[in-house]
Design a protein around this ligand. Structure first.
Ligand code: ATP
Length: 253
């Protein structure tokens, strides 16, 4: 359903992505991991249209959305729940959630969707009128998740949902994401620094290093720290051409 091919992004002279490839095949959870600066967030941002790709394609169900503005990518069916959640703290939880529905404006649809997702995440029901800032980190992450789902995505992406969430609640978030993909059939792409969490919920793991995908596969073999370290920092250059961290020219290719 999603095919990312040869995705490249440059910020001036900095080549953040230099050919990222992966796919999502139906309602599975694909987790992107890698060292700091490997290009994980930029990959999500490029798919979402927030960062402009200099080459490559992002094909969702046969339609290439690469390079489209963010609102058009949302309309096409891809939603990004950003790092840090970015809720409006002084607005109510309901108002924050409603913002996610900007692509389909019918009020009756919005209310029905809120009811549906509050049934799915019932712990939010009693907080709908509360200020978003008054909720715990874990509850805020659920609100950001519901806001993303309000766009009725065919693919949901999350950038580090475990950040700022108490360790005991991280497991809960993982269970909710798994339920979302299994029961509601929502395919999920996730960026995570919390490796244990990433492995626990992933159907497949994509490892990025120096702006490229260097490995894709199931999580279990990667639980060996030596294997993981080799992909993160090690002899990537043996199997793939090393990525050049800087481009020669100041304009994107
Ligand atoms: P982290 O885990 O530290 O967030 P990451 O794997 O998500 O890392 P990115 O944030 O995607 O990595 O960054 C990839 C590279 O692109 C890094 O070298 C980073 O400094 C650079 N970069 C990212 N965003 C920008 C930007 N807006 N302007 C300039 N350089 C950027």
């Amino acid at each position: 359903m999603l095919e990312v091919r040869d995705l490249a992004v440059s910020f001036g002279r900095i080549r953040a992505l230099n050919g990222v490839n992966f796919s999502v095949d139906g309602p599975e959870i694909v987790t992107l991991i890698g060292a700091n600066g490997a290009g994980k967030s930029t990959t999500l941002r490029a798919i979402a249209g927030v960062a402009k790709p200099s080459r490559g394609s992002v094909v969702l169900d046969g339609e290439d959305v690469a390079g489209r503005p963010p609102a058009q990518v949302v309309s096409a069916g891809i939603t990004l729940v950003p790092q840090g959640r970015q809720l409006f703290g002084s607005m109510s939880v309901r108002e924050n959630i409603e913002l996610g529905a900007f692509v389909h404006a019918k009020k009756s649809d919005v209310s029905a969707d809120i009811d549906k997702w509050v049934d799915f995440f019932p712990e939010i029901a009693e907080h709908l009128s509360s200020r978003a800032a008054s909720l715990s980190g874990g509850q805020q992450q659920i609100v950001a998740l519901i806001r993303g789902l309000m766009a009725r995505p065919r693919l949901l992406m999350l950038d580090e949902p475990s950040i700022g969430v108490a360790p005991i609640v991280v497991r809960r978030i993982g269970e909710e994401l798994t339920r979302l993909s299994r029961e509601a059939g929502v395919p999920i792409v996730l960026v995570e620094q919390n490796i244990a969490f990433a492995f626990d919920i992933a159907d497949r793991v994509v490892i990025l290093a120096q702006g490229r995908d260097v490995h894709t596969g199931p999580p279990d073999p990667l639980r060996d720290p030596n294997v993981l370290a080799r992909y993160f920092f090690g002899d990537v250059a043996v199997t793939r051409q090393p990525a050049a961290p800087y481009v020669e020219r100041s304009t994107p290719q």
